[in-house]
Design a protein around this ligand. Structure first.
Ligand code: HMG
Ligand code: MG
Length: 302
């Protein structure tokens, strides 16, 4: 492949990384993580979510995290919202970007947000209206694009249809989520090409969890297909509370190491990123799952 000049990284560690974390951590630690990620140079950081605290208790303090940042910093932060109630929280927190999140699997949609795919799209419409009225950017997610923990196979055509609907609602980008990390490179490419047949490739992103160790290979295949935006999580933190067995997101430092080796610009300070990985690992009392962090920090990968 001819490598692209630039790839944009969306850092999801403070949200996807910490939403399902077993270790206890304080609001101050999550806030400090966001601050350090801003210092690394990320232009897009998911700071948290306005979801039910009964469903995802670890994100209950998202308003406090957002309140720690000024207008210029908030331009680089986003929050997940599942419904109008969540959007009201995002507006009160002066969020400049929200992410709505649907799924390509009926069973996962029910487990994750307690409604069908169609109901979720209906819930997102007023959320998008509120965002547009306030000039708040909207990002879209589709979960289970390469397989579902409950129903198994997912048709690429289903993913393509939902992506087209999310773009119609006003999403500037749609992130394709391999929620349980079952994808492999050729299947990832086939799915991306099916979506790009009806939606603009330059507005698609990929979001790989690394359950089966395929995430970097899948990202390479996605880059070959023309993808230029990648979601990842510092230190490979993460997992979805409603996706049994889902491991962390691909580690940001592993992605950055690969991009550096390919001569692709990303705008992230690698040494600061490794320091940030060290900070959050020490705060949580964890060993790195990222091979790059393990090598750089002189610790064994967990
Ligand atoms: P529900 O129970 O169907 O909703 O949940 P409801 O409208 O009947 O409300 C029930 C209760 O929740 C009420 O409180 C509401 O006020 C409250 P009660 O009267 O019982 O005290 N409530 C809220 N509270 C705070 N914020 C809100 C909110 N909405 C209702 N926004 C709901 C529906 C969507 C709220 C629920 O299912 C939920 O919060 N789910 C959490 C989903 C989640 O955060 N999942 C993880 C993120 S997605 C992900 O990780 C995948 C991704 O990374 C991509 C990938 O990897 O594939 C993005
Ligand atoms: Mg995820």
């Amino acid at each position: 492949m001819t490598p692209p000049d630039h790839v944009r990284i969306v850092e999801v560690g403070p949200r996807d990384g910490l939403q399902n974390e077993a270790a206890e951590f304080t609001t101050a630690i999550r806030t400090e993580l966001v601050r350090r990620l801003l210092d690394c140079g990320f232009g897009n950081i998911e700071a948290g979510s306005f979801v039910s605290p009964k469903w995802v208790p670890k994100m209950a303090d998202t308003a406090e995290v957002m309140a720690a940042f000024g207008p210029a910093e908030r331009e680089r932060l986003s929050v997940l919202v599942p419904n109008v109630r969540g959007m009201e929280g995002a507006v009160a927190a002066k969020a400049r970007e929200v992410a709505i999140f649907g799924a390509a699997s009926e069973a996962f949609s029910q487990k994750n947000i307690n409604c069908s795919i169609q109901e979720s799209l209906d819930r997102f419409r007023p959320v998008c209206d509120m965002a547009r009225e306030r000039d708040i950017r909207i990002r879209g997610y589709i979960s289970c694009v390469l397989g579902c923990p409950y129903q198994g196979h997912v048709e690429p055509g289903t993913v393509a249809d939902i992506a087209a609907t999310l773009f119609d609602m006003g999403c500037y980008e749609v992130s394709l989520g391999d929620t349980i990390g079952v994808g492999t490179p050729l299947k990832a490419r086939e799915m991306i090409e099916a979506v790009a047949a009806v939606s603009p490739m330059e507005h698609l992103a990929v979001h790989f969890h690394d359950t089966y160790g395929q995430a970097l290979a899948n990202i390479y295949a996605a880059l070959e297909s023309g993808i230029r935006a990648i979601d990842s999580s510092v230190a490979g933190l993460g997992g979805c509370p409603y996706a049994p067995g889902a491991a962390g997101n691909v580690a940001t430092e592993d992605v950055i190491y690969m991009l550096d080796g390919m001569g692709i610009d990303h705008g992230i300070d690698f040494e600061r990123l490794i320091d940030t990985a060290r900070f959050i690992l020490d705060s949580l009392g964890k060993s790195p799952v990222s091979r790059v962090s393990a090598a750089k920090l002189g610790r064994c990968a967990a």
